[in-house]
Design a protein around this ligand. Structure first.
Ligand SMILES: Nc1ncnc2c1ncn2[C@@H]1O[C@H](COP(=O)(O)OP(=O)(O)OP(=O)(O)O)[C@@H](O)[C@H]1O
Ligand SMILES: CC(C)=CCC/C(C)=C/CC/C(C)=C/CC/C(C)=C/COP(=O)(O)OP(=O)(O)O
Ligand SMILES: [Mn+2]
Length: 272
């Protein structure tokens, strides 16, 4: 069942794509780790295709001419084909088929995840916190739900904890990457909250506005705290190694937010 070549590649991808997650994943038991690695390979591939990157790294070698809309359409078609058993070529879709062949989970969550990419492709702006949370659900809450299914979670309350952890991670990710995201035309901060500080989606990035930006980001981190704490409620119902892996990723990623609070308006001078 465990196909070595795909496993080796997936390990390389998560090491390049995320120091944070590649360390925590080691604590899962081998079978769950394999499934989560396969899922990461698909997620990272989709994110890289849409962002025109390789493992999260901007790459000058990638061609820029294909429209993001077209790339998203292809991702949806290939994911659908992988789900219904087509013979796939790319490792990301072979990895996805590995999961589907050993563990059934609601595959509609894969398409809800891609719906989050559609918001990026449409260069969506987010007026209220609710709209920002909707984006977080699609790009990360769905991943939490899939991982919970892969761990064997069935219980609704526990699935909600997994969804909430994904949302907490994404709120942290938004806070960490707010300046970098601006330079690729993205702002996930609620425009209402920027307006409260006299900012807008064009000037929040200016050096003279960093202290005001930090006030908005602190509010986002406070919301993330709500999701971090609500994600722990049902952790004790999971197998021990899964709890260990999740608590480790919980602390590592949440630490990024603690560093942002510590460095305040200087938090974006280097990557936390
Ligand atoms: N200064 C930066 N600005 C934007 N992206 C960066 C920067 N440094 C690293 N990255 C991207 O983040 C990814 C991992 O980089 P790095 O190892 O520094 O952070 P990380 O701890 O892995 O982040 P994560 O929170 O994703 O685990 C890479 O995909 C890289 O492209
Ligand atoms: C609590 C229970 C029952 C289960 C836990 C379920 C899990 C592990 C939920 C977390 C899901 C998850 C890992 C979502 C992705 C979050 C996220 C912000 C990913 C971004 O990846 P990075 O590599 O950090 O970001 P970049 O793409 O910006 O580099
Ligand atoms: Mn990363």
């Amino acid at each position: 069942m465990i196909d070595d070549s795909i496993l080796k590649l997936a390990n390389k991808i998560i090491k390049a794509g995320s120091k944070s997650f590649s360390s925590a994943i080691k604590l899962f038991d081998p079978v769950i780790r394999y499934k989560v690695l396969m899922l990461y390979a698909w997620c990272r591939y989709c994110d890289d295709v849409i962002d025109n990157q390789i493992c999260g790294n901007r790459s000058k070698f990638l061609k820029k001419n294909v429209s993001m809309k077209h790339k998203l359409k292809i991702l949806r078609i290939k994911t659908k084909r992988a789900c219904i058993g087509f013979k796939m070529k790319e490792p990301a879709f072979l990895a996805l088929q590995k999961i589907i062949s050993i563990h059934s989970f609601p595959v509609h969550l894969l398409f809800e995840h891609l719906d989050g990419f559609e918001m990026d492709v449409m260069e969506r702006t987010y007026i209220t916190l609710d709209e920002t949370l909707g984006y977080c659900y699609h790009v990360a809450g769905t991943i939490g739900l899939i991982i919970a299914h892969l761990i064997g979670v069935k219980e609704k309350d526990t699935l909600n904890c997994a969804r909430n952890l994904g949302i907490a991670f994404q709120l942290t990710n938004i806070s960490r990457d707010v300046i970098d995201d601006f330079y690729v035309g993205r702002c996930y901060l609620p425009l209402d909250w920027l307006r409260n500080e006299g900012l807008n989606k064009s000037n929040f990035v200016l050096a003279e506005n960093r202290k005001k930006l930090f006030k908005v980001v602190t509010r986002i981190l406070d919301v993330a705290e709500f999701y971090y704490s609500s994600s722990l409620v049902k952790l004790n119902t999971l197998p021990l190694r899964s709890t260990l892996a999740i608590v480790t990723s919980w602390s590592i990623y949440r630490e990024i937010g603690i560093k942002i609070r510590k460095y305040k308006h200087k938090a974006w001078n280097k990557r936390q």
